[in-house]
Design a protein around this ligand. Structure first.
Ligand SMILES: Cc1ncc(COP(=O)(O)O)c(C=O)c1O
Length: 408
């Protein structure tokens, strides 16, 4: 696949106000140069090994395989990367690009907080000034990550506009960038936004798929399906990347089915009523009304709670190369519990959507095939949600006791 595509079928492009043209043009040039520069890759790979802890393991999920009686189950443990999710693969790459451009001020948006944590950590490591935009609703539901970002020395800027979630954080970050285009790099966290972001994010996340492919070749696995969750689409596009131009294996994207099919109850763009539109600088499929107004979304997982989808995934969904399924909040929560009990790994709520989709497919496939799930992140950050749902009484008592202890 070409490194720089700009458009993916009819989707993608760079639809931005005049003031952002120059920084995006500059970013495209530096990104293209860096991709061809062995020194850039040397520095990136060295940090990915020493600091991020790559390669991450591909776990054979033996108990699940036995229990389901279908295809062999493998889990790519991206949650074992430093900072707990795949987001750092891209954060590190873009921070090095920012340094190459001589930009010392970094801004980013975050939903689940994983991209914010990864960006804040990388900025601390590379000596960059870091500001993270985060919706007030997400600040509340992902508080452990807010604490971590601040510990790394970043400023977390609460976003109070709109639904106070990811889309609103992206809007604020874009506003900031438009006011400081010369000294600031907007370190976008998913495979979306104006070009060259979707290409750049895919290239940095492709390490996930490349590591998987190495093991697939070594073990001679016959992979029938690969499953990833899809918010904006960065973990999915990176995980799928070696196979996008082949017709095998099946590539399955799991989006947030939330609590129902009504407006504001889910974030199902591909399996739901996503419409073509131009929002936040790119053309893709969005949950929006007839006037193009972006609709509210819901998911138990902050990272999937977004009305748009990266343009390359939208295109690959339309051509049929990627299948999409929708997973409810309840199915995701049940899956967190399932893999914790059966395999000793705690999925992030986002990644649990992929796990849930895989659990439906695996029993339908023969034993000599393999299914690979991308556990894009680990579930530590979700403790205030999962504990509140899965062990409500004990957790509530613990919180009350802690408040008393703090106040005494
Ligand atoms: C662990 C994890 N997985 C998945 C996502 C969704 O993002 P993307 O679709 O870009 O991988 C997020 C977003 O915050 C996340 O934290």
């Amino acid at each position: 696949m070409k490194v720089f595509n700009n458009y993916f079928g009819e989707f993608g492009g760079r639809y931005v106000p005049e003031v952002l043209r120059k920084p995006l043009d500059e970013l495209e040039i530096v990104f293209r140069e860096a991709m061809e520069d062995p020194e850039f890759w040397e520095e990136y790979s060295s940090l990915m090994k020493q600091y991020v802890g790559r390669p991450t393991p591909l776990l054979y999920a033996e108990n699940t395989t036995r229990l389901l009686g279908g295809a062999q189950v493998y889990i790519k443990l991206e949650g074992l990367a430093n900072t707990g999710a795949h987001k750092i693969n891209n954060a590190l790459g873009q921070a090095l690009i920012a340094k190459r451009m001589g930009k010392k001020r970094i801004i980013a948006e975050t939903g689940a907080g994983q991209h914010g944590v990864a960006t804040a950590a990388v900025c601390a490591k590379l000596g960059l000034d870091c500001h993270i935009y985060m919706g007030e609703v997400d600040i509340r539901r992902q508080r452990p990550n807010v604490f971590q970002m601040e510990l790394y020395g970043a400023e977390v800027v609460p976003v109070t506009s709109g639904d106070k979630t990811l889309k609103d954080a992206v809007n604020e970050a874009m506003r900031d960038w438009a006011s400081h285009p010369d000294d600031t790099h907007y370190l976008l966290g998913s495979a979306l936004g104006p070009s060259p972001f979707p290409d750049m994010v895919r290239e940095f996340q492709s390490v996930i798929g490349k590591e998987v492919d190495t093991i697939v070749q070594e073990k001679n696995l016959d992979v029938a399906a690969m499953v990833a969750c899809v918010g904006g689409g960065s973990n999915a596009i990176g995980f799928f990347s070696p196979y996008l131009e082949k017709n095998k294996p099946r590539l399955i994207g799991a989006e947030a089915g939330g609590i129902g099919a009504d407006i504001g109850q889910h974030a199902s763009r591909m399996t739901g009523p996503g419409r073509e539109g131009i929002v936040q600088g790119y053309k893709s499929l969005f949950l929006q009304n007839e006037d193009g107004q972006v609709l509210s979304t819901h998911s138990v997982s902050a990272g999937l709670d977004y009305a748009g989808i990266g343009p390359q995934l939208a295109h690959l969904g339309k051509t049929g190369r990627i299948e999409f399924v929708s997973i409810t909040d309840k199915e995701a929560l049940d899956t967190v519990k399932f893999f914790a009990e059966k395999e000793g790994v705690i999925f992030a709520l986002e990644s649990a959507h992929a796990g849930a989709a895989a659990l439906k497919v695996i029993p339908t496939l023969p034993k000599d095939k393999a299914v690979i799930i991308n556990m894009s992140g680990r579930g530590d950050k979700d403790i205030f949600i999962t504990a509140g749902q899965l062990s409500r009484e004990t957790w509530t008592k613990f919180l009350k006791d802690e408040v008393k202890r703090y106040e005494s």
